[in-house]
Design a binder for this molecule. Structure first.
Ligand SMILES: *Cc1c(COP(=O)(O)O)cnc(C)c1O
Length: 370
């Protein structure tokens, strides 16, 4: 084991405690702790500007935001949602919890995202939506997906949990899709400790998600048309977001320097580095490398070697969600060979705004010396 302190795959962005306390003063004065109070209103308004969006309803976490959005459409139970298995458990679980059937579509080997050429073959009369993921903040083929959805009358809901603050073709990535979910979990590039939001342009869906977020009700005596849950964001979480949004650009700049230092790893035969397309302004959320079969060690061996040196790389995302026991039990087997291969080869290296130059050099030398 290494004597040096561990380097984690990520580390939460934290404001100065004094700045956070200053935000909390007015919360203490008002005594309003939740229910879309002053801090919620302020953060939502800042995010509307930041993403040039009409509505940015916020939630207790990203998972509930996605689940509430899916429920807001009110499709019949068992309706099919075409989605990627190469993602965090949350994406698939949100579909199932909302009462729908996930239909797994394979991903592209270079994009890591849903392969649009494989979507249409999976559409049936039960299909209602496509739910792609901008995995690692790498963008999906948004234009092709949009055309397929239009041709077939389907909704598009993006899981953009990894893509906060990114732009694509000069527009916020939130501009693509009917509903776009961002996670504000502590491990994400921007955090409210726990939290998340939706960006939705449709007024009807916006009204529904606001009601479902709050038990289906809105105000005393108002008619109740939806079965709701409790997914509200609190004032203390919104206050954290207000502070963290101020240093977001700085955090992304620091991540970028880590990303640039890792370019040195290019010389290692059998290791493939991530590549951002020119049309993306990235947030440098993750650093997924692929350990190819030509590399002298397996991905798992490499992960163990790094761990012994105190470098906590992570196998995001292994296994693919369609290989979860409960998912095959409920929905049967689905063949997604590209996603399987990626999940066997991928390893996410540490990248975050609290990494020092020495930390970065430790990771680089460890990999070069293997
Ligand atoms: C983090 C994450 C979520 C869930 O977000 P939470 O805010 O943690 O609930 C959903 N999808 C993906 C791909 C994620 O990484």
């Amino acid at each position: 084991m290494s004597e040096l302190p561990p380097i984690y795959v990520t580390s939460p962005m934290l404001p100065q405690l004094d700045d956070y306390m200053a935000e909390l003063e007015s919360v203490w004065e008002s005594g309003i702790l939740t229910h879309q109070g002053e801090k919620y209103q302020q953060l939502e308004s800042e995010l509307r500007g930041f993403m040039q969006a009409a509505h940015v309803p916020m939630f207790a976490n990203g998972h509930l935001a996605l689940q509430v959005a899916l429920r807001a459409y009110g499709w019949p139970a068992g309706s099919e949602i075409i989605t990627t298995p190469f993602t965090f458990a949350s994406t698939t679980m949100a579909i199932v919890e909302a009462g729908y059937t996930p239909v797994f579509c394979d991903v592209g080997g270079e994009s890591f995202c849903l392969d649009p050429t494989r979507i249409e073959a999976l559409i049936t009369e039960k299909t209602k939506a496509i739910l792609p993921v901008h995995v690692y903040g790498l963008p999906c083929d948004v234009e092709e997906i949009e055309q397929i959805a239009r041709r077939n009358g389907l909704a598009v809901l993006y899981d953009a949990a990894h893509a906060f603050g990114e732009s694509l073709n000069g527009k916020s990535i939130a501009a693509y899709g009917d509903v776009v979910m961002f996670s504000f979990h502590a491990t994400k590039v921007f955090n409210t400790v726990e939290g998340g939001c939706l960006v939705c342009s449709n007024e009807d869906i916006y009204e529904r998600v606001c009601k479902i977020r709050q038990y289906g009700t809105q105000g005393d005596g108002a008619p109740v048309h939806y079965i709701g849950t409790n997914a509200k964001m609190t004032e203390v979480h919104a206050a954290m977001g207000i502070c963290n949004l101020r240093s977001f650009a700085d955090a992304v700049a620091k991540r970028k320097t880590v990303y640039e230092s890792y370019a040195e790893l290019e010389e290692i035969a059998g290791i493939v580095l991530p590549l951002y397309p020119a049309e993306l302004t990235p947030n440098y959320a993750y650093y997924p490398i692929l350990v190819e079969d030509s590399y002298p060690f397996s991905r798992d061996e490499l992960a163990d070697y790094l761990k012994d040196l105190g470098i906590m790389a992570r196998k995001y995302f292994f296994p693919a969600t369609n290989k979860f026991e409960i998912i095959t039990e409920l929905f049967g087997e689905s063949a997604t060979p590209v996603a399987d291969e990626l999940s066997r080869k991928v390893l996410c290296l540490p990248i975050h705004s609290n990494m020092s130059n020495q930390d970065v050099q430790r990771v680089v030398s460890a990999l070069k010396q293997r």
